[in-house]
Design a protein around this ligand. Structure first.
Ligand SMILES: Nc1ncnc2c1ncn2[C@@H]1O[C@H](COP(=O)(O)OP(=O)(O)OP(=O)(O)O)[C@@H](O)[C@H]1O
Length: 274
């Protein structure tokens, strides 16, 4: 397959996607008509106040929810439901507690009918990649929160999805573990070149990880800012955490934070960035 063909087959195109929830006779416009294109290998970070439709957008990309109107295409294919080509990483690891860490990681291959020896070897490779090679025989409850998230990431990567959807995956972790996992995720992304769609509440995390940052506003949910993280180039070089104190980073952080406060009607309020 040529790289052009690969590109076309992994481009995500949303056309006039609108999502309305109706419960108990009340309707919520979670996403006003929205058109977006995600290019292959982009690392798209989405931030915005609570209730602005970030998770709704991710769930439609995952195929867990259908748009009320509009279409979402991956390449030439309409998203009609979940697909192993789109792996989802949640805030809580949700590992199977009765299975070992290795068996949790293998699970997707087992569902595909991959033979035991082959899937065990692949699981070991994934565990090594996420730094859990010594933990394969443990049960999930014997892992720390950060290790559980690494396990979840390995479980998703083992089926080699081309698109990874992450819903606040580091939101429940302490600051140091979070930073470590951010760097590990960037290494993985640089190595494996997936398209990543990453929802977060943290402006810093969005700019540090993303090649592109989208800000959403609420009532109705909509995109109010969409910009490439221009000063990081193509992100092919390892990121230095010191980038966070460069004038470019700080300028973009202030710009994104201002958009979020504007969306909340809090212009001029003190900015909390983490
Ligand atoms: N299943 C549902 N049924 C009815 N309303 C829903 C449902 N899911 C979400 N909503 C509503 O849709 C809007 C968008 O919710 P969504 O969870 O997508 O926002 P979010 O930006 O991810 O919020 P948060 O940052 O708090 O997770 C909210 O008003 C929410 O109450």
């Amino acid at each position: 397959m040529t790289s052009t063909a690969t590109d076309l087959s992994t481009r995500v195109v949303l056309t006039e996607v609108r999502k309305e929830y109706v419960t108990a006779g009340e309707s919520v416009l979670a996403l006003a008509p929205t058109s977006l294109t995600f290019e292959p290998e982009e690392f798209v970070c989405v931030v915005g106040p609570s209730g602005c439709g970030k998770t709704t957008l991710l769930q439609m990309l995952a195929g867990f929810q259908a748009p009320t109107e509009g279409t979402i295409m991956v390449g030439n294919t309409h998203i009609k439901g979940p697909d192993p080509d789109r792996g989802v990483v949640f805030q809580q690891a949700n590992l199977y507690p009765w299975l070992s860490v290795r068996k949790n990681v293998e699970f997707g291959l087992k569902m595909r009918g991959v033979l035991r020896a082959e899937r065990a070897a692949e699981a070991d490779r994934m565990l090594e990649m996420v730094g859990l090679e010594l933990y394969g025989d443990r049960k999930p409850y014997e892992l720390s929160g950060g290790q559980q998230q690494r396990c979840q990431i390995a479980r998703v990567l083992i089926t080699d999805p081309r698109i990874i959807l992450m819903d606040e995956p580091f939101g429940a972790l302490d600051a140091m573990t979070r930073e470590k996992l951010q760097l590990e995720l960037l290494d993985l992304w640089r190595e494996r070149r997936k398209t990543v769609f990453f929802v977060t509440h943290s402006v810093e995390e969005a700019i540090f990880l993303g090649t592109r940052v989208i800000v959403m506003g609420a009532r109705p949910g909509r995109v109010i800012y969409d910009r490439k993280v221009w000063f990081k180039g193509d992100n092919r070089e390892p990121v230095d955490t010191a980038v966070r104190s460069t004038p470019e980073f700080v300028a973009m952080r202030d710009e994104v934070a201002a958009k979020i406060y504007e969306a909340q009607g809090l212009i001029g309020a003190t900015v909390a960035l983490h």
